[in-house]
Ligand binder design. Structure first.
Ligand code: NCD
Length: 380
């Protein structure tokens, strides 16, 4: 039974009067309660307000997917190389399916070990904690075998090219290859040469699609929608693949994106992706619902871009004073790893009422389960 149904019974009111209050038909309300349909954001907000927050937007997503035995998806690609080229329906399918996995992830006994004859290879040419672990956990929860390539001890150290490594791995018939590489475009090159599904886990400063998807999932849950929101992305935009994937995804889903960075960390021409450009936190954070903070990505910088970390924090580090320029209920996100006292104030980073960093990590696993499942099914 849906939480809202229980609430209706508890309060001793009728479905009819609730439907009237929501200005919908009783039949539509029944569809929400049976999981057949998800309420539109305006109606969802009304339900949340009128139950004093007791019914949360996620109850509708969870319920819908839990009840569904067959999930019809609009995402039919064999690889996930970037957000570029994906439309709203494809993105929504990947997000909706993640809600199902997120629900299952709450209980270890629910893990759907449905792909126990399948293999995923993690090929990380750059450092990673959360993304690599997240892909490994996602695959294992789907029952897959996971191989983590040790680049330091592999033939790559003997001068083998990326393509030759990929062809060698491909000959062993994995189902999914997850690649992170410092060169923009490396996953595209690879996808051209192998039969298995390829997932881009970050290529240089180009794209990081699963990060943008998990960010979107967190936003949709917390705000009940993406369309119409104002999202600011602040910091080292120039070297950030997270920023590029997020700008594309958020614009496609109908959000307005503000980019905030010092001039030398703002890439020229980036406004062509549909974002507005600001050079101060005060101007860029006005009326913003979500503030995404980026790390200074020194590993991709040639030379020094900031006078000192202290100076950077003074002007661009997010603290409570700067956050006050945004909406009162604005929430803070960061893809991690965070550098405390450089791009974000340490105390603010730990405030779970304002900051969603750990929720991003948690939902990252569900997003990756959804992407992996889609690629396996699409290849079939
Ligand atoms: C990001 C990345 O690697 O691009 N991190 C991540 O995937 N969680 C951002 C960063 O390294 O700053």
């Amino acid at each position: 039974m849906h939480d809202l149904d229980k609430w209706i019974i508890d309060k001793g009111v009728s479905r009819k009067s609730i439907a009237n209050d929501l200005k919908i038909s009783e039949a539509t309300l029944s569809r929400y309660l049976s999981g057949e349909r998800i309420p539109k954001p305006e109606i969802m907000n009304k339900i949340v307000n009128f139950t004093d927050g007791q019914i949360k937007p996620e109850s509708f997503y969870f319920f819908k997917k839990e009840e569904q035995s067959f999930f019809k998806s609009n995402f039919s690609n064999k690889n996930l190389l970037g957000i570029d080229g994906l439309n709203e329906k494809e993105i929504t399918s990947l997000l909706d399916r993640s809600e199902h996995f997120s629900r299952l992830n709450e209980n270890i006994f629910n893990h759907p070990k449905k792909y126990n004859n399948r293999t995923l290879i993690n090929l990380f040419f750059e450092d990673s904690t959360r993304t690599k672990t997240s892909f490994e956990l996602a695959a294992k929860r789907l029952g897959m075998n996971v191989i983590n390539m040790q680049i330091e001890t592999s033939s790559i150290r003997k001068g083998e090219s990326l393509i030759d490594t990929a062809m060698t791995l491909n000959a062993m018939h994995p189902d999914i290859l997850v690649i992170r590489h410092s060169l923009s475009g490396a996953p595209y090159l690879l996808a051209d040469k192998v039969n298995c599904g390829v997932i881009n886990a970050g290529d240089g400063q180009h794209e990081h699609p699963t990060q943008a998807l998990l960010d979107a999932l967190v936003i949709r849950r917390r705000k009940g929608k993406i369309k119409g929101l104002n999202v600011a992305i602040c910091g080292d935009i120039a070297h950030s693949r997270v920023a590029r994937s997020n700008i594309k995804l958020l614009s496609t889903m109908g959000a307005q994106v503000n980019l905030i960075a010092p001039k030398n960390l703002m890439p020229s021409g980036i406004e062509s992706l549909g974002a507005k450009i600001y050079n101060t936190m005060k101007t860029g954070l006005q009326n913003v619902d979500i503030v995404m903070i980026l790390r200074l990505q020194h590993e991709r910088m040639q030379g020094s871009f900031i006078p000192s970390p202290r100076e950077y924090f003074r002007f661009y580090g997010l603290d409570r004073d700067k956050l006050a320029y945004a909406k009162n209920n604005a929430l803070v996100m960061h893809p991690g790893p965070i550098n405390r006292g450089v791009e974000i104030d340490s105390e603010l980073a730990d405030d779970i009422d304002r900051t969603l960093i750990l929720e991003q990590v948690e939902l990252g696993v569900a997003i990756r389960m959804s992407v992996i499942e889609h690629l396996i099914n699409n290849k079939n």
